[in-house]
Design a binder for this molecule. Structure first.
Ligand code: ZN
Length: 294
């Protein structure tokens, strides 16, 4: 009996202990913010894993070069065609957009102009104009415009020359160191050209030329040659002049280089053209220079 009483007392005490534990709540929590800052123990945990790195992009392309400079364009004009079939063939073997300037009334004037046109080249009428007479100056040739002629006479002459080569896109001057200083003569010529929608290229055989001023007054499309390439007929000199044209084209955006149908000229051009192309020069027909390409 004594043993049973002990067991009962044990269970009563155990139950009482459980009850006491159950109903005793812990004391109120200290208000938020008043907790004393307990320095957190140094973290032994490893930091959370970083997101996987983004796939590697190719390095950005360098920005395209700013086009602040006009492209360097050169128009090559070969003057004085019309004397022979051979010279026309020689000149048309140049494989660039080309302009040829054909003298009127020679045995191969029409043929040369037609061959050039059929090859897709540009054709100008190369009008002979009176030079200042010097003992060794060559004759300007048939159809020459003479200083002091009446506007009617000039109009008649130019009309006849244009009807010889009806598909030209413009006119250039052959010689003319006197005629290009004659304001009235140039005005008469430019009025005919303006009516026919043609342009004029002055070969600048004198620094007294009035062509620019008169073209401005008439409203004619107008250009001037930049360099003659073959005044000296040696390969070195021609290449040097072509390099000068290249320099002008880089500075001004464009240049007109004028040569003649000599084998030396064509041979030097054939040697220089691929190098100029590789260096970024664009060859154009002369009328393309009126289009501003920036
Ligand atoms: Zn000429």
């Amino acid at each position: 009996m004594k043993k049973l009483g002990g067991i009962v007392i044990f269970f009563i005490l155990l139950s009482a202990g459980i009850l006491v534990l159950h109903f005793c709540k812990p004391g109120p929590e200290p208000p938020e913010g008043k907790k004393t800052a307990v320095p957190s123990p140094p973290s032994t945990k490893t930091s959370p894993p970083l997101p996987p790195p983004a796939p590697t992009l190719p390095p950005p392309l360098p920005p395209p070069p700013l086009k602040t400079e006009a492209p360097a364009r050169i128009a090559i004009i070969i003057d004085d065609l019309g004397f022979s079939a051979e010279t026309a063939r020689l000149v048309l073997s140049l494989e660039i957009p080309l302009t040829v300037s054909v003298l009127p009334y020679y045995p191969y004037s029409k043929k040369s102009a037609e061959w050039a046109k059929n090859s897709g080249e540009e054709v100008l009428l190369h009008i002979p104009m009176e030079p200042i007479n010097t003992p060794d100056e060559a004759q300007p040739g048939k159809g020459v415009l003479i200083s002091g002629s009446s506007p009617e006479e000039i109009g008649r002459q130019v009309g006849a020359e244009l009807s010889e080569l009806p598909f030209v896109s413009g006119v250039s001057s052959h010689m003319g160191s006197l005629f290009t200083t004659d304001s009235e003569g140039m005005r008469a010529l430019f009025q005919v050209l303006h009516k026919q929608g043609l342009f004029f290229v002055d070969n600048l055989t004198t620094n007294k030329t009035v062509t620019k001023k008169i073209a401005g007054m008439v409203g004619l499309k107008y250009l001037q040659r930049s360099v003659f390439i073959d005044n000296v007929l040696s390969r070195d000199s021609i290449i040097q002049q072509l390099e000068l044209a290249e320099k002008i084209a880089r500075r001004k955006g464009q240049a007109i280089a004028v040569g003649h149908p000599h084998p030396e000229t064509v041979s030097a051009l054939k040697a220089w053209i691929p190098k100029a192309k590789a260096a970024g020069i664009t060859f154009v027909r002369v009328s393309e220079l009126f289009e501003r390409k920036l």
